[in-house]
Design a protein around this ligand. Structure first.
Ligand SMILES: [Ca+2]
Ligand SMILES: [Ca+2]
Ligand SMILES: [Ca+2]
Ligand SMILES: [Ca+2]
Length: 339
């Protein structure tokens, strides 16, 4: 009985992925122009995901070893009960988790998110979260005493409860080589610059609420050594370049809605010192190379569906200055080196 349910889920996944293939020709793609790069064939947009109707399975050849419509079936069947899907990544449930919030819970909003769009999130949580005392349990802290060959005792770097209600990240936005603490809050985005021995007093870097409805990232897309604020919205992808002491005004870098249905990352896959936009979609993986002031036209870098069911990452594991595609699957871990 359980096997039937599993097979049914797999069929649904195959159907869903096939549908995504078909809806690759979404009518929502923005018009091409010099300043606005053409929409990605097959890249997700809100409408593109919803219009999943006509199933066509045969057009999508399976990728050896990696998750694709056929690949998933092969890998999942034996072990699905022992390995529950990882939130947000591959697998039947994982895919749904990504798609649903983007569509049903996040209606399209012009420009960047403002207070209206986020009211639901704001009300329950503000100021009600009690301060966190230290880290972990008392025993765990006392036992961390191996100097020189492990992590030292926990140090309080903020002197009290500090977090972003909408998101937190760590990146060197000041450009001094030390990774800073970034807290995205409902009212603004704050940076707590690392001094090397603690996080300094928080600084308001956006002067008002700023966030991406679909994703937020901090990566140096301009190539000046200072990580910039990237906000992926339903309408477009915006970059707020770091000046070293604040984030500048939002710049539209894609000229229309652009995101990956299965995952997004910002990493320098081209090796020119500017981090690029990588969008993992159900039909292929696309790279939008940074020009320093915008993301260029999407390029198909895998020629077919390729993703990791458990985790995906873009890091330079070969050491040649170009970030490689790392896909962690149930069967193994694969590296697709950037050429
Ligand atoms: Ca820094
Ligand atoms: Ca930068
Ligand atoms: Ca690059
Ligand atoms: Ca590499």
């Amino acid at each position: 009985m359980k096997k039937h349910i599993v097979i049914l889920s797999i069929c649904l996944v195959v159907l869903t992925l096939a549908c995504n293939l078909v809806t690759g020709e979404s009518p929502d793609r923005p018009a091409s122009s010099v300043s606005a790069p053409p929409a990605v064939e097959g890249l997700g947009s809100a409408e593109g995901i919803e219009d999943t109707t006509a199933p066509v399975v045969e057009q999508q050849p399976p990728v050896e070893g990696l998750g694709g419509p056929e690949g998933i079936e092969d890998i999942i069947e034996p072990g699905i009960e022992q390995q529950p899907p990882v939130e947000g990544l591959g697998g039947p449930e994982g895919i749904e988790d990504i798609i649903e919030p983007g569509i049903e819970q996040q209606p399209p909003v012009e420009g960047l998110g403002g207070p209206e769009g986020i009211e639901d999130i704001i009300e329950p949580g503000i100021g009600q979260q009690p301060p966190v005392e230290g880290l972990g349990g008392p025993e765990g802290i006392e036992q961390q005493t191996a100097p020189g060959s492990g992590f030292g005792a926990p140090q309080d770097w903020t002197g009290g409860s500090t977090y972003g209600e909408l998101g937190m990240a760590f990146a060197d936005v000041t450009g001094d080589g030390r990774t800073d603490f970034i807290a995205v809050d409902n009212d603004s985005t704050y940076v707590l610059p690392s001094t090397g021995s603690n996080f300094g007093a928080y600084q308001d870097w956006t002067g008002g609420p700023t966030y991406g409805e679909l994703a937020m990232a901090f990566a140096d897309v301009t190539g000046d050594g200072k990580a910039d604020f990237i906000a992926v919205d339903n309408a477009s992808t915006y970059v707020l370049p770091s000046t070293g002491s604040s984030f500048g005004a939002p710049q539209d870098w894609t000229g229309g809605p652009t995101y990956g249905e299965l995952g997004m990352a910002f990493a320098d896959v081209t090796g020119d010192g500017r981090e690029d936009f990588v969008a993992v979609d159900s039909d292929s993986t696309y790279v939008l190379p940074s020009t320093g002031s915008s993301f260029g036209a999407p390029q198909d870098w895998t020629g077919g569906p390729t993703y990791g069911e458990l985790v995906m990452a873009f890091e330079d594991v070969t050491g040649d200055g170009k970030a490689d595609f790392i896909a962690v699957d149930n069967a193994s871990t694969y590296v697709l080196t950037a050429n």
